[in-house]
Write a protein that binds this ligand. Structure first.
Ligand SMILES: Nc1nc2c(ncn2[C@@H]2O[C@H](COP(=O)(O)OP(=O)(O)OP(=O)(O)O)[C@@H](O)[C@H]2O)c(=O)[nH]1
Ligand SMILES: [Mg+2]
Length: 206
């Protein structure tokens, strides 16, 4: 494992970074982490209350999910899933501590979850100035208009990608994480002060 202070298979010292997966109740946060984690996900789930028992799996996260995915010899992501229910939101700030950024999951089948998604996004961006990606799931039909509607409802800046995912599909989750890493790279570049590197000035792209 390429954890802090450990060495990867190549003998190089790897970095681990923390990524938070958040979003409204029942969006698919736990599923997203379970789909991609290379270790058994540590989850803290309980049965949902009887008035919500008809929703989803009947289980809800009360504290956190924890998983890990190795990107390469130099980088591993620690994935922290938040609870979706507002009564457990005291966990949000604990989980946000030291995060590189976050994935905001939005369930396309629930229009009423958009305002909650927006509230959660605002909470996390207020906690830390970090990049994020919006992952829209439970799509039915052409995703294009739905992704645009989510972008507009959340008033997303251009640099924030909105991607369609099925949180149960490993390739989809992998693609969403790669999008996240690209956004992090761009975000870090945009904040690196100093003169433009030679390659940029001569028109090369990297
Ligand atoms: N169709 C579809 N179902 C999904 C997807 N992701 C999750 N689900 C289902 O949605 C339900 C809720 O998934 P969870 O992963 O428990 O959602 P969560 O966001 O962790 O829920 P809380 O912890 O209660 O906030 C389960 O029945 C999942 O099987 C998806 O991308 N597509
Ligand atoms: Mg959960």
């Amino acid at each position: 494992m390429a954890g802090p202070g450990s060495r990867s298979r190549s003998g190089r010292r790897g970095r681990t970074v923390k990524l938070v997966v958040t979003g409204p109740f029942d969006a698919g946060k736990t599923t997203f982490i379970r789909t991609i984690s290379e270790i058994t996900v540590l989850s803290t789930e309980r049965d949902v209350s009887p008035d919500q028992a008809d929703r989803g799996s009947g289980r809800t996260t009360v504290a956190m999910d924890f998983g890990r995915i190795t990107v390469d010899d130099d980088l591993a992501l620690y994935l922290f899933g938040t609870p979706g229910q507002a009564r457990f939101e005291f966990m949000w700030d604990i989980l946000a501590e030291g995060m590189l950024g976050f994935v905001l999951m939005v369930d396309a089948s629930r229009a009423d979850a958009l305002s909650e998604a927006r509230r959660i996004r605002d909470h996390f961006t207020a906690q830390a100035d970090v990049p994020y990606v919006v992952a829209v799931n439970k799509l039915d039909g052409d995703p294009g208009p739905v992704l645009e509607a989510v972008r507009s409802a959340l008033e997303l800046p251009d640099e924030v990608p909105v991607v369609a995912v099925d949180a149960r599909d490993r390739e989809d989750v992998k693609a969403a994480l790669l999008t996240f890493l690209r956004v992090v790279r761009d975000w870090l570049r945009s904040r690196t002060s100093g003169p433009a590197p030679q390659a940029a000035r001569t028109g090369e792209t990297g």
